[in-house]
Design a protein around this ligand. Structure first.
Ligand code: IVH
Length: 669
């Protein structure tokens, strides 16, 4: 569709408006009015228009939600209003004292309280000017925090552009960024898959994610945000409750659990209700926050150095059950990591029956001095996965022996190792330990890897247990005769498996690199590596120094890559994959000119005319080579806005010229 200049701009604006509204319906109101498919169609139309007409660039466009691949270092920003904490209470008694103090200081004025859930995530300050998000800052030390705007822009329940027109011209919204249970589960499963240690709870996961250097990763992690406080110089409202109701109209996500009450008894009722019902929420709360509603009264009551005196938190007691530890199993993961799992006498906890609990690692077991037969305390860690938090030593039998941690792999008998800085023991027998091999095959066929969807986990297990496949390369020599005798597999299913195996030959190199399962090489890292090295052979030949030059590759990943290629069995598997036709090198860009032949170019910063990805392609199409870090071999840096200060410094030090995008484009025209 060719549109005139005005029409393009109008359509871009219109699409942004529709998509912002739909994001709000979906992520804030939980009430989408168009299908996901329709949404994606509109988003794609907008992406295309924005790529074609970069003059209409807007940092708050809904397309910013997917995250750009710009690497960032956080800048420290001073808070306009300090970010304080809250006093904690644990009993009705303490709340009565809080209420009496306020009653006394307000000399009999009538009081209303706002009861809110205390969301268990990480605090965020969102700064808006003229209805547009301009900055998002973490709490930091309360006075200064990290500027994480790029990351927060990807959180879909944070409005980038506000609705209506009655918001203050400049104000701050405070809230909590948290990770819902589903996202937390998915993230930890992914981390365990690549041999990274899982996050202990959704709070740590949310905080860790906000400090990610790559907003694309943040965009995929499913963070959400509730807001709970408005800060500005001239308050247009009399009360906190009104302010938050208004904030809802502007597009902020305010929890429906918020309630304004007129007595301490109602506060108690609220606490009692949520103490049980919080188990049904899809995210963690660790208490209730009680706030004096009226702003004038808040001002009168004032602050201590650390916290407002007009608000207080009531912390829930963690739900805990007591049960007997029957036995401990040791599971071996795909990467060889050993996880001890407790088998418990079934017990009811926060609405579910718990039979098993994770014991994490040897240290945890030693710390608890846990023994078979002990009565143990079970809590829901991060309110999802039950964990053992203690032992009732009084109930222990006199003669039970301490639990000895295993020294050898329960699956293959190999002596376990524990690397420095790692909490877990590992079975080093990566190439012969059955659960590790099976785990790797299952990883290889998974959707994000080779996507061999004709095969499921169970069939792989069946094939492996029957000795039909012994490694990932065997998948490519499977024949129908191998498959049909297997239980429940008819001719059609067998054909489907073979078709999806041959379909996987089209999977690009970057995903193959992820699929072959080098420890610590996750999806994003694999993409970066594939882009930097272009083929499995150059990766194999890369020295440690060269590996460390690649974005996102540190000591741990570099060592893991080196040891992977050091193993003769891995090399043989790669040769067999090559013979089968699996893509072991990146598709070459079609070279249209040689204007950049022999030039090594580093791209850094934000651009307006084309995206970074487009610039990479332009460089390659003109015969140039992209490098990810600046060295004396760099011909020039294609430098956009907000180029990282350390990169800039390095370029200047090495005398590498910085060229802006207009200079660059005129070089090619
Ligand atoms: S109000 C002046 N309301 O709890 C302090 N805080 O322990 C204003 N939090 O740093 C905080 N839910 O990150 C407030 N509904 C809520 C909250 C909440 C979670 C967090 C917040 C704060 C911490 C204080």
């Amino acid at each position: 569709m060719d549109l005139s200049m005005n029409q393009q701009e109008q359509r871009i604006r219109e699409l942004r408006e529709i998509l912002n509204k739909q994001n709000y319906n979906y992520y804030v109101l939980n009430n989408p009015s168009i299908s996901d498919y329709e949404f994606d169609q509109l988003l794609n139309e907008l992406k295309e228009l924005e790529a074609r007409y970069p003059e209409y660039y807007d940092e708050n466009s809904p397309t910013a939600r997917v995250g750009s691949d710009i690497q960032q270092e956080f800048e420290q920003v001073e808070h306009t209003y300090p970010m304080l904490s809250l006093g904690n209470t644990y009993s009705q008694e303490e709340l009565r004292e809080f209420d009496s103090r306020l009653q006394k200081e307000l000399a009999g004025e009538s009081i209303q309280y706002d009861c809110e859930l205390k969301f268990d995530g990480t605090a965020i300050s969102l700064v808006y000017r003229d209805g547009r998000l301009i900055q998002a800052v973490t709490r930091g030390d309360g006075t200064r925090g990290d500027d994480v705007t790029m990351n927060v822009r990807t959180v879909k329940s944070v409005p980038l552009v506000l609705q209506g027109n009655d918001y203050p011209p400049f104000f701050e919204m405070r809230g909590e960024i948290y990770m819902p249970h589903v996202s937390f589960k998915r993230l930890n499963a992914e981390r365990e898959e690549i041999g990274e240690s899982p996050f202990a709870n959704p709070r740590n996961a949310a905080a860790g994610t906000l400090k990610q250097q790559n907003p694309q990763i943040v965009a995929h992690r499913g963070l959400e945000c509730f807001v709970y406080g408005l800060y500005c110089d001239d308050f247009p409202f009399d009360s906190h409750y009104e302010a938050l109701q208004k904030a809802k109209e502007w597009g902020f996500r305010v929890s429906d659990a918020m309630k304004r009450v007129s007595s301490l008894n109602e506060v108690f009722e609220y606490i009692a209700y949520w103490n049980t019902h919080r188990a049904t929420l899809p995210y963690d709360t660790d208490g209730v926050v009680i706030k004096l509603d009226n702003y004038r009264q808040q001002e009168q009551i004032g602050f201590t150095a650390k916290a407002p005196r007009w608000a207080v938190a009531y912390k829930f007691k963690a739900e805990r059950a007591v049960t007997r530890l029957k036995s401990v199993d040791f599971q071996v993961g795909r990467t060889g990591a050993i996880t001890p799992v407790a088998n418990l006498e079934p017990v009811r906890l926060a609405g579910t029956i718990v039979k098993r609990a994770s014991l994490h690692n040897a240290e945890q077991i030693a710390l608890l001095d846990i023994r078979i037969g002990d009565m143990v305390y079970v809590e829901k860690g991060g309110e999802i996965i039950p964990k053992i938090t203690g032992v009732d030593y009084n109930q222990r039998d006199l003669f039970v022996q301490p639990l000895e941690y295993i020294t050898h792999c329960p699956a293959c008998g190999t002596l376990l190792v524990k690397e420095e800085g790692e909490a877990k023991h590992y079975c080093p027998n990566a190439t012969h330990c059955p659960p590790q091999i099976l785990g790797r095959i299952i990883h290889f066929i998974s959707r994000k890897a080779m996507n061999i969807d004709g095969l499921g986990e169970e069939t792989v297990e069946l094939l492996y247990n029957n000795g039909i496949i012994k490694d990932i390369a065997d998948l490519y020599t499977l024949k129908k005769e191998d498959l049909i005798p297997l239980e429940r597999l008819g001719d059609r299913s067998a054909q489907r498996i073979l078709d999806s195996v041959s379909e996987s030959l089209k999977v690009p190199f970057s995903r193959v690199l992820f699929a072959i399962g080098i420890r610590y090489v996750g999806e994003t890292t694999a993409k970066k590596i594939a882009h930097a090295v272009q083929s499995i052979d150059s990766l194999r030949q890369a020295t440690k120094e060269e590996l460390l030059e690649i974005d996102e590759v540190g000591e741990k990943i570099a060592n893991s890559i080196l040891s992977f290629f050091h193993d003769e069995i891995n090399l043989q598997i790669i040769e067999r994959l090559r013979k089968a036709g699996v893509s072991l090198e990146a598709k070459k860009a079609i070279v249209k000119s040689e204007k950049l032949f022999g030039k090594t170019i580093v791209i850094s910063g934000v651009f307006t005319q084309h995206s970074r990805e487009e610039y990479k392609t332009i460089v390659e199409e003109n015969g140039g080579r992209i490098a990810t870090s600046i060295s004396s071999k760099t011909t020039f840096v294609l430098a956009g806005e907000n180029m990282g200060p350390s990169k800039k410094e390095k370029a200047i030090k090495l005398g590498v010229p910085l060229i802006d995008e207009l200079q660059f484009l005129s070089m090619l025209s």
